[in-house]
Design a protein around this ligand. Structure first.
Ligand SMILES: [Zn+2]
Ligand SMILES: [Zn+2]
Ligand SMILES: [Zn+2]
Length: 130
């Protein structure tokens, strides 16, 4: 199946992603779009998400046991605190760490250093037990 690369599809994917509080897989987002009555293919959703991630408009999170999940994101550097159960993500900054990491890499003679920090836990909502 050949699909034209059109912008409304990407816009629809971006909007659906922005409306989602946590990380979602392409499959989940595709289901949401279908429910909204969007005529969009799963392949298009995958491609749009990959594009958004590449352009820094979305975070891509891949874990060993599941498919890649995406989240609408600020393009500025930040880290994530992610709920293992519901996938909700909180963004945070660690200015002290940034400086320390830069100093350490510089000391070792490394350039173009980058990092990703993702902390996993159980969020307030999921942590409430009966
Ligand atoms: Zn983020
Ligand atoms: Zn949770
Ligand atoms: Zn950082």
């Amino acid at each position: 199946m050949i699909q034209k690369r059109s912008t409304w599809q990407k816009t629809a994917v971006r909007e659906a992603l922005e409306a989602t509080p946590g990380f979602v897989s392409a499959q989940e987002l595709y289901q949401q779009l279908l429910l909204q009555g969007q005529k969009i293919g799963l392949t298009t959703v995958y491609r749009a998400l990959a594009d958004l991630a590449q352009q820094g408009e979305a975070d891509a999170l891949s874990s060993a046991d599941s498919e890649t999940k995406y989240r609408s994101c600020t393009t500025e550097h930040h880290h994530h605190l992610i709920c293992r159960r519901c996938g909700v993500a909180v963004e945070f900054e660690l200015p002290g760490f940034e400086a320390a990491a830069e100093a350490l890499a510089g000391k070792e003679g490394f350039t173009q250093v980058s990092h990703t920090i993702e902390l996993y836990g159980i969020c307030v909502n999921c942590g409430v037990s009966d």
